[in-house]
Design a protein. Sequence first.
Length: 370
Amino acid sequence: MERISRRSIAARMAAPAALVGAVAIFGLVAFSSGPAQADTTTPGTAATTGSAASTGTAATTGTAATTGTATAPVDPTTVATPPGDVTATADTTSTTGPIPTPYGVGATAGSPGAQPGSVQAEPSAATALPSAEARAKAAAPSNQGGIYYPPLPAAYIAPGQALYAANCSSCHGAEANGKVGVAPNLLGLGAGTVDFWVSTGRMPLANTSAQSARKTPRFNRTQTVQIAAWVQSLTPGEGTQIPLVKTSGADLEQGNTLFTLNCAACHTISGAGDVLVQGAYAPSLHLATPTQVVEAIRSGPGNMPRFGAGNITNSEARDITAYVTGVLQHPNNSGGVGLGGIGPVGEGFVGLLIGVGLLMLVCFWIGDRS
């Protein structure tokens, strides 16, 4: 009799136990952080401006922006070594550098994690090689804001025009003045705006009816800055420039406050991105580089508002950048599990699964004993 009773209890509890197990498996799949894919660019000559690394605070990207639809990119056979603040360096390897740590996995080796008041190691994806002079100016004590804009070399303008004509002019026009109903006017936007859209792979855009998404860039770092240099040459001194960002000395607590006030409403408090309205979305910031973060703040890509120096100073932009590329991209999961980095949603799911699941099994057990 006792054996039959145990079998009956086991049979009755099999269904709820299977339900709880199925929900647990679904949750693990849905909330686990998948491997983040870093930007990859084709091997080529490394060069030019920006600092090593990371993207902008709030960047909801739209369909309109820098270079047009694509044929095979033109690759100049030689690039002259530019004078001044930017150095062209021969390189036979990818210009992207190490892959950033996937979000939710933890900090990179030697990185202190998300500790208040500390600055994380900067990922080097989508970076260029600034000259010694540019690095010295960026690191100088006089650069209190932590952001320096090195001038682009004149030697980049001619090859940039060739690349633009082959890959962008079909949509944006031969003189970058845009085409009504096809692509926007690029005049006056500046090299930083062009660099953001092209370096994140959002341009060239194949489908103008959908919001452009981050993907592998079509051009290597040198080609990207060449295109940006040519567009900038059409309206010298106007628009957003390509920054060299120094995050050392940044205030992460201030960066957290500014990010929460200005960016988290769309990108979420964890920087994972979120759906907006009418098919638009705020993209994830987990693969952004420091240069792209500042470019996004200053240019306001897509649906994102543009923050000028009167709204967010260079020092504040540096703090936000350090917070995004440090704390958000390399979180210190003190509890042991990141749960996908989506905050209370994942935590609530685990609480319901374990708490309610166990209570349900206990209730079935009590009912069978009765």
